[in-house]
Write a protein that binds this ligand. Structure first.
Ligand SMILES: [Zn+2]
Ligand SMILES: [Zn+2]
Length: 289
């Protein structure tokens, strides 16, 4: 049986692997297909696609967008969209600017707390357009201001800690619409990590296509619950490791077993979304003429 990993991060967001390293790891663990799902970035996709092609691994374009619905932070995964879709790229650039401003605000708060970290140090370490809290934490450790990442989060960066800054988030509905208009499939990421399952019917109403049932932080029992919910709401099933690089000396990639059949269904749905969009375009043109 062939397996896939549809949730991976690279250096283009808060992962530590370069696209080529990610592809090499996928090869090492015998994966048939992978998707790159960086936070608010699609920049790593072309290089990962190229590296995968060289190794005979199928590559699926992806992204992980941060959204908010009824006070809950949600992550919405997009798959199989047009990487050059102008509206998607404009919105992503806006989210990246929000992230960069947030880094400056967090560093400002740290400086007020007499923690001498420079924003430039965080940006240099992040070396990407979508920096986030993990980069601030790594910079604090690198500068010897915290012993480890846990301390950085516990003392300063966790929600409601002194250097935490709230982040602007679009609604879940908007994230889904943004992915759909780019011809992609929208999936609710790691529902087991959200505070509530009541959000699932709301997202179904908003047009979500799938549920990430398989995830590193889902127990077998949790996975079963979401497989049942996906079935009940007629949603696609996806899954992945959410690998950000080395984790306690080992990468997570390949540790979540997602059968290849789910990729087939994902691609079918993407084709359907594009056909529907083309039909709608045709109808609009007929009405106009
Ligand atoms: Zn996530
Ligand atoms: Zn993720």
């Amino acid at each position: 049986m062939a397996f896939v990993d549809l949730h991976l991060h690279s250096r283009f967001s808060d992962g530590t692997y370069a696209p080529e390293e990610l592809a090499a790891q996928a090869r090492r663990y015998g994966l048939a297909a992978i998707a790159l799902t960086d936070h608010d970035s699609v920049e790593g996709c072309p290089r990962t696609a190229q590296a995968c092609e060289a190794l005979g691994i199928e590559f699926i374009v992806g992204v992980e967008l941060t959204a908010e619905q009824e006070g809950n932070e949600l992550h919405i995964l997009g798959y199989c969209f047009d990487m050059e879709n102008p509206r998607l790229l404009t919105e992503i650039a806006r989210f990246q600017a929000v992230r960069q401003n947030r880094i400056c605000e967090m560093v400002g708060k740290l400086n007020q707390l007499k923690v001498p970290l420079a924003a430039e140090a965080v940006f240099a370490l992040a070396n990407c357009r979508a920096p986030g809290r993990p980069h601030v934490a790594r910079a604090l450790v690198a500068a010897g201001l915290c012993r480890n990442l846990d301390e950085a989060f516990d003392r300063f960066l966790k929600k409601n800690r002194p250097a935490w800054v709230p982040k602007f988030k679009m609604s879940g509905e908007k994230a889904i619409e943004l992915i759909h208009q780019a011809g992609g499939v929208a999936v609710l990421a790691h529902p087991g990590l959200n505070r509530t399952d009541e959000i699932i019917p709301v997202m179904v109403e908003a047009g979500i296509d799938g549920l990430e049932c398989f995830h590193t932080k889902h127990s077998p029992a949790t996975t079963e619950i979401y497989l049942e919910l996906a079935d009940r709401f007629h949603l696609l099933v996806t899954g992945g490791s959410d690998c950000h690089g080395l984790n306690k000396g080992k990468p997570l990639i390949g540790t979540v077993k997602v059968p290849y059949q789910h990729v087939e269904k994902l691609k079918e749905r993407a084709a359907q979304i594009r056909t529907d969009a083309a039909l709608r375009q045709l109808i609009v043109m007929r009405v106009d003429s």
